[in-house]
Design a protein around this ligand. Sequence first.
Ligand SMILES: [Zn+2]
Length: 500
Amino acid sequence: MRVAIGGFLHETNTFHPTPTTLADFRGPVGHWLFGEEIVSTFAGTRGVIGGFLDGCQEADLAAVPTFFAQHPPTTGTLTAEAFDTIRENLVAGVRTAGADAVLLHLHGAAVAANAVDPEAVVLREVREAIGPRVPIVVVYDLHANIGTDWAARANAIIGYKTAPHVDFYERGREGAEVTARILRGEVRPVVAVEKPPIMIKAGLMSMTDAPLALIKPPMFWLASRAREIERDPRIVNVSIAAGFGDADTPVTGMTILVNADADLALAAGYARELADLAWKLRRGFLTDLVLTPVEVAIARALATPDWPVILADQGNNTAGGSPGDGTAILAGLKAVGWPDAALFIRDEESVRQVWAAGVGAEVELRVGGKHEPTNGEPVPVSGVVRLLTDGLVRRAVGGTPARLGKTAVVRSGETDLVLTEHPSTQTGPQFFRAVGIEPRERRIVVVQSAHLFRHAFEVQERIPKMIIEVDTPGITSPNVARFTYRHVRRPIFPLDDLSG
Ligand SMILES: [Zn+2]
């Protein structure tokens, strides 16, 4: 039997001032793939599509690749043209495939100028194109804002079970396995959806029981209970979408999805239980438990005898939509005389200037603060150019390439400033090693990442002796009280007082 495979991924921070266009998806850091291009790009990789392909082969299903579009979250709301073109390509691809089932990878947190829940529109149109009998299975990202109407259009909805995400491939395989079981008539999944009134942002969604975690985060307990429920043989899959509070839409917030075999009442009961548990744990999502001001963070990092110290720049989480040029920590390091530190800033203008100057040259730059008004002012930096590279780095999980574009290291005092043409999320030490910086040897390592860095840095390599989540301005600050929401449903925690 044949399974149509496709995907549409964007995580849209609606506070980002720059729209995401068709050209962005087709550009150097996006994906815009038709048919066999999907296979040649992802076969053998440890991503979701790699898992789809291997899982189909294992189950003796022929994968029919259709259309796949992806762009990193460093730009804002999709233009109507971008979304309409993606939607038309995906729906046409699935229709033409005429397959026995459809397996889709949808991020789940996209927002378009003409759709508040674009994936729900895609699912509706795919369903209309293939009719009511062909099963649709979706694999989505844990940071999805899922509308309750997804369940009416898809037969099974499966989310990542880890944050930081380390199970792309496994969930892709699970999606293919569930599809195979449906096609063989072994299961008939039904999906119950609960949306507890909780809206959180990425920095608070970590669910690892990491070595430095003194208090286990709420998502850890929710995921633990979800795994227990999955041991019930009548349950096909339990997923918790933590949501994406960086998007201001009516579907923003946490979603619990329970896929049960033909028993909606059973699924609904478990979904309600998990929603109640999330509600009981909600105070663990409050930002004052985790955030430290910039000056305090730097002073603490310079005072401790045990280093490296990782400063996680929460307001500039490029994986959550930041353009990656926030200057709060850069300015803080300058204020204390450029101590032993390494940090990345995306700044194409400074990169051009540094490349023109060449290695060994002394440069005067105005760094960062150019793409987003809350990201701070450009910081004057004088330094020496140490290195120029093409900025290609392999990600720690999945092994897919991250393209930083032209990249340069400029040294001021003991601080190494890595300037990149494109935004990057420094999810692992290999980003620093690619430019000749060994994080173990530095006192302060700054990452533009809310929590995705924890897997490689903290769990795998155990590099930091301390991690400080730094309260920087910028559109990915986890403090929702700093933002004006116009479209999220109310009341919702923690914007509204829901005690009592
Ligand atoms: Zn995610």
